[in-house]
Write a protein that binds this ligand. Structure first.
Ligand code: SF4
Length: 63
């Protein structure tokens, strides 16, 4: 099975970087926190780039 990312919303600062980078996977929820709405909407390397770019490092892979 492909790796699935998730956002630790308590840490998210609503900076929008992940949504800008991989809009097929991440979106902002009604509270302006990032969330994963389609884990298959981007490649693993695209998602990893967003994980690395998040300023508070609150995007993780589910184990
Ligand atoms: S990059 Fe990180 S802090 Fe910024 S919106 Fe996405 S999850 Fe939140």
């Amino acid at each position: 099975m492909a790796k699935v990312p998730y956002v630790d919303k308590d840490e998210c600062t609503s900076c929008n970087v992940c949504v800008d980078m991989v809009s097929g996977v991440f979106q902002m929820d009604e509270e302006n926190k990032a969330e994963v709405y389609d884990p298959s909407g981007g490649s693993e390397s695209e998602i990893q780039d967003a994980i690395d770019a998040c300023p508070v490092l609150c995007i993780h892979w589910k184990e």
